[in-house]
Design a protein around this ligand. Sequence first.
Ligand SMILES: Cc1cc2nc3c(=O)[nH]c(=O)nc-3n(C[C@H](O)[C@H](O)[C@H](O)COP(=O)(O)OP(=O)(O)OC[C@H]3O[C@@H](n4cnc5c(N)ncnc54)[C@H](O)[C@@H]3O)c2cc1C
Ligand SMILES: *[C@@H]1O[C@H](CO)[C@@H](O)[C@H](O)[C@H]1NC(C)=O
Ligand SMILES: *[C@@H]1O[C@H](CO)[C@@H](O)[C@H](O)[C@H]1NC(C)=O
Ligand SMILES: *[C@@H]1O[C@H](CO)[C@@H](O)[C@H](O)[C@H]1NC(C)=O
Ligand SMILES: *[C@@H]1O[C@H](CO)[C@@H](O)[C@H](O)[C@H]1NC(C)=O
Ligand SMILES: *[C@@H]1O[C@H](CO)[C@@H](O)[C@H](O)[C@H]1NC(C)=O
Ligand SMILES: *[C@@H]1O[C@H](CO)[C@@H](O)[C@H](O)[C@H]1NC(C)=O
Length: 604
Amino acid sequence: MMGNLYGHAVIALCIFVSNSDAYRAGIPGNASYDYVVIGGGTAGLAIASRLSASASVAVIEAGGIYEQDTGNQSVVPYYSLIFPFLGTSEDHPKEPLIDWDLVSIPQASSGNRRIHYAQGKTLGGCSAINTLAYHRGTKGSYQHWADLVGDQSYSFERLLRFFKLTCTLTPPDPRKRNAPNATVLYDPSVFDNSLNGPLQVSWANWVDPASSWLARALQAVGQSLSPTGFSSGKMNGGGWVSTAIDPKDATRSSSEASYLQKSGAGVTVYLHSQASKILFDKDKKATGVAVSTQDKNYVITSKKEVILSAGVFHSPQLLMLSGIGPAATLAAHSIHLLSNLTGVGQNLWDQIFVNVLGGLDVPTTGTYLSTPSQRALALEQYLTNASGPYSSAGGYLSFEKLPPTHRATLSPRTRSLLSHFPADWPEIEYIVSGFPSGLDAPSPPTIGAIAATLLTPSSRGSVTISSSSILNPPVIDLGWLTDPADGDVLVAAVRRIREAFNSSVLTPLIAGAEIAPGDAVTSDMDILAWVRQNAQPIWHASSTCRMGRVGDLDAVVDSRTRVFGVERLRVVDNSVVPFSLPGHPQASVYMLAEKIAEDVLRGW
Ligand SMILES: Cc1cc2nc3c(=O)[nH]c(=O)nc-3n(C[C@H](O)[C@H](O)[C@H](O)COP(=O)(O)OP(=O)(O)OC[C@H]3O[C@@H](n4cnc5c(N)ncnc54)[C@H](O)[C@@H]3O)c2cc1C
Ligand SMILES: *[C@@H]1O[C@H](CO)[C@@H](O)[C@H](O)[C@H]1NC(C)=O
Ligand SMILES: *[C@@H]1O[C@H](CO)[C@@H](O)[C@H](O)[C@H]1NC(C)=O
Ligand SMILES: *[C@@H]1O[C@H](CO)[C@@H](O)[C@H](O)[C@H]1NC(C)=O
Ligand SMILES: *[C@@H]1O[C@H](CO)[C@@H](O)[C@H](O)[C@H]1NC(C)=O
Ligand SMILES: *[C@@H]1O[C@H](CO)[C@@H](O)[C@H](O)[C@H]1NC(C)=O
Ligand SMILES: *[C@@H]1O[C@H](CO)[C@@H](O)[C@H](O)[C@H]1NC(C)=O
């Protein structure tokens, strides 16, 4: 009896106690707020926290609290590199407490594989499971955004104010980093700590030795160390990337640990609660959200606006379930049409990567954690000094447009497609890493990896629905490698990585033949076949509710992210960014949340 009546209240009380007075727990049942935010993820918690300074705000989140549900797994930076649930095959190990377990339809141009595409289902969303890299896109990429949507407030110069609002930067600590050879270069002028931005951005207090050598190899083939790092609108050359880690205790700075905990006192959070539909009045004004918590169904009413922040796959799904999307799709599922927006769920951009592997005779981070005594030492370093192997997620990144010798192999069509990208937009991101080969095969000691990520994908995927119910997951076609240009560029990138592995810097450390693709894979055709079988997601999918100009029939939202054809509804997450910005998106997602929060509060 007690349990039935007060079960929710007891859960709510636990949440309240464990987070002191940071935010309130919503008790499932009808209620009303100024703003209702669907999705307590990266963008959702950032915009909710900002709006709560002057309005009442509810957040509806399908997941729970990752720190409680999966212990230190999402908290300790190192673990983000080895999460078993990030496996991309259909039979990956499951982690239903923080992952949606989405699986794509078979990818016809990528070995017919169905790809498990991890997405955070917890407070913090993907910021609670990502690999923590923090950096911004290029000036040219934001200018392209501004021009495409006809709004010059998206130029880098004008966005910089919002980037600065999001975060507080802590410079690298050379005493704690174990490698004086892993120099960090960055531009402090593009940060402003006087604004007390909630997100913590810092450099890891540990450098992976294998990565430090692979970084040298990339430098040796012409990708020199960038003097500015990657947050001042330039992405050219290499650098040790800044990360969303709170340096005080080397813990993950997710949107939950940052925005919600630090400035979300006015936010009411409904956990384990799924939005099933956005509700409208007869004038197509959004009035609230239908929500279910376990089997309890209720309505959270919005006095001002509904903000949809359910991420790149679930935001288009919810729009369609609510009557906004391609008329034919809605008709097929007997959903009443409110706004015929053919672009909903289309234009999915996804960067993909492949890993070239070679044996290295140098230790890697995992080497320092391979025995119980090493783990005990590392734990002491972590707990007393917020340093050592556990304190770091990675890594060294390097960006370039393919150099002339490698471009020469591309088809004229591929070169023409690449020429449409801005001059400062890199085509490939190289990511270095290493892992121990394991006790059963101790030689070579380390498997070194240089990944090539395609930053200029020409293939497009899509998201649609299979029924009118939220209980069926969105149908995802990633579209990988459907445009031949993408395979063309990745084959050239594999050759480029082979050049780096072959540089004299690594000669003394190379142990054995190439592991993947392997020495037998040499022709363009064979490398392409290997790319199709081995391409992986870097989880940067975007643009399924693309922003565009008024009158652009394929656009879903305007430049203030208001959904076309209805009122009082915005989408704020990585689905509205009109294309995948080069590199890692989270810095731009937080920026967008700050920018739109200002629009909302001004009544724009
Ligand atoms: C494994 C991984 C590694 C990554 N590494 C990096 C990196 O190193 N650096 C970087 O910059 N980016 C990285 N990214 C990408 C980046 O984290 C995401 O692009 C970004 O966080 C997306 O933010 P979002 O607000 O669009 O969506 P999300 O953060 O995914 O938020 C969506 C939220 O909505 C909730 N939700 C969905 N549907 C419903 C519903 N019906 N009702 C209620 N709630 C719902 C979800 O549970 C989730 O909390 C990575 C992503 C992943 C998955
Ligand atoms: C909750 O709101 C809905 C829609 O406004 C209404 O139909 C329902 O009766 C309400 N439930 C309660 C318990 O008040
Ligand atoms: C994480 O938690 C596990 C289980 O409680 C513990 O054994 C391990 O030492 C913790 N790791 C760190 C780095 O705190
Ligand atoms: C950098 O220094 C670390 C720590 O001394 C060492 O393990 C690593 O091999 C060095 N890397 C290079 C490229 O010199
Ligand atoms: C929806 O829009 C598309 C493209 O603009 C158009 O072809 C189609 O006829 C429209 N359908 C309805 C029902 O309005
Ligand atoms: C912590 O750091 C100090 C100074 O940098 C060092 O002397 C000490 O050995 C470190 N302790 C651990 C456990 O790593
Ligand atoms: C490796 O380097 C050697 C000499 O520097 C060169 O002869 C050879 O062609 C290179 N191999 C590759 C795959 O780049």
